[in-house]
Design a protein around this ligand. Structure first.
Ligand code: C2E
Ligand code: CA
Ligand code: CA
Ligand code: CA
Length: 279
C-alpha cells in the first residue's frame, strides 16, 4: 500500500509539473505572439432576420501560431487572463478591429457594427474608456462603429463598478452588449442599471430550444424582458432553421450562428458584406 501511495504521489507531482510546464510554455509563446503580432481577427456575421440585413460582425481572435497553425481562443484566453497578458492582447484586438472598421468604411461598404469581446481584467481597468478612446482616435474610428461585449458573469463580479465603467463607455457613443446572457445570475435590478443596448442569449439555451421546454422558456422570457427594458436581443449559436423559426416567432432581433455564417477571415467577411450590399 505504501509503494502504491508513493507511486500515486510521484505520478501526481509529475503530472503537475507537466501541467505547469505546459502553462509556462503557453505563457512564453503568448508573450512572443504579442511581440510578433501573431493575432488575427475573424468576423462572424450578425443578421437581422426580418430584413435579411447584415447589422454587425463579431470580431473573434485567433492566434496564428508558427508551429501549431490557427489556435482558437479557448486554448489561450484563459492563460492570457491569468497572466495579465490579456490586457495587451485586448488592446491589439481592439486596435485591429478599429483599423478594419475604418478600412471597410473607406472601401464604401454599408456601415455595420464591429463587436469586440472584452475580458474581465479589461473591464476592471479604471482607465479603459480613455485607452479605448485614444486607440479609436489614432485609427480614425468612430465610436458608433464599435460595440463591446462583456459577459454577464463579468459584470456581476463588481456590479457597481461595472455600471460606472459601462456608463462611461456608453457616453462615448460605443455600443454595449451583455454576452452569454442567462449563464451569469444577474439580478434584474442591476440589469435595469446596466446601460447596455443588447443582450446575447447564450448558445447553451439555443442548442435545444425547440425540444427543451426550459431552454425555450428562458429564451422567450429573455426576449420579452429585454424588450420591456428597451434592449435588443441577439441569439448566438443558431445552427438550424428550426432554431431560427422559434427565435423569430418570439421576436428575437438579431441572429448569429453557423446557419448564416461561420466566423470569416477579414477578406471573406468583406466579400460577404459586398454581396449583401449589392442585393
Ligand atoms: P463568445 O464570445 O461566446 O463567442 C462565440 C463563440 O461561438 C465563437 O467561438 C464562435 O465561433 C462560436 N460560434 C458561433 N456560432 C456558432 C454556432 O452556430 N455553433 C457553434 N457550435 N459555435 C458557434 P470562438 O471564436 O472559438 O471564441 C470562443 C470564446 O473566446 C468567445 O466566446 C469569447 O468568450 C472568447 N474570445 C474570442 N475572441 C476574444 C477576444 O478578442 N477577446 C476576449 N477577451 N475573448 C475572446
Ligand atoms: Ca462574444
Ligand atoms: Ca457569447
Ligand atoms: Ca457563449
Amino acid at each position: 500500500a505504501k509503494a502504491a501511495g508513493r507511486n500515486t504521489y510521484q505520478m501526481f507531482t509529475s503530472e503537475m509539473h507537466t501541467a505547469a510546464r505546459q502553462r509556462l510554455a503557453i505563457e512564453n509563446s503568448l508573450r512572443s505572439a504579442v511581440a510578433n503580432d501573431q493575432f488575427v481577427l475573424h468576423y462572424q456575421p450578425q443578421v437581422e432576420p426580418a430584413s435579411g440585413r447584415l447589422v454587425g460582425l463579431e470580431a473573434l481572435v485567433r492566434w496564428q501560431n508558427p508551429d501549431d497553425g490557427l489556435v482558437f481562443p479557448d486554448r489561450f484566453i484563459p492563460v492570457a487572463e491569468e497572466t495579465g497578458l490579456i490586457l495587451e492582447i485586448g488592446r491589439h484586438v481592439f486596435e485591429k478591429a478599429c483599423q478594419q472598421a475604418v478600412r471597410w468604411r473607406e472601401a464604401g461598404l454599408p456601415p455595420v457594427k464591429i463587436a469586440v469581446n472584452l475580458s474581465a481584467r479589461q473591464l476592471r481597468q479604471p482607465d479603459l474608456p480613455e485607452m479605448l478612446s485614444e486607440i479609436m482616435k489614432n485609427c480614425g474610428a468612430d465610436p458608433g462603429m464599435i460595440e463591446l461585449e462583456v459577459t454577464e458573469s463579468m459584470t456581476m463580479e463588481r456590479p457597481v463598478e461595472s455600471v460606472r465603467i459601462l456608463g462611461a463607455l456608453k457616453a462615448m457613443g460605443i455600443g454595449l452588449a451583455i454576452d452569454d446572457f442567462g449563464t451569469g445570475y444577474s439580478s434584474l435590478s442591476y440589469l435595469k442599471l446596466f446601460p447596455v443596448d443588447k443582450l446575447k442569449i447564450d448558445r447553451s439555451f439555443v442548442k435545444d430550444i425547440e425540444v427543451d421546454p426550459d431552454d425555450a422558456a428562458i429564451a422567450s422570457a429573455t426576449i420579452a424582458m429585454a424588450h420591456t427594458l428597451g434592449k435588443k436581443v441577439v441569439a448566438e449559436g443558431v445552427e438550424t432553421e428550426a432554431q431560427l423559426e422559434f427565435l423569430v416567432r418570439h421576436g428575437c432581433d438579431i441572429i448569429q450562428g453557423y446557419l448564416f455564417s461561420k466566423p470569416l477571415s477579414a477578406e471573406d467577411a468583406e466579400l460577404y458584406q459586398a454581396k449583401l450590399a449589392e442585393r
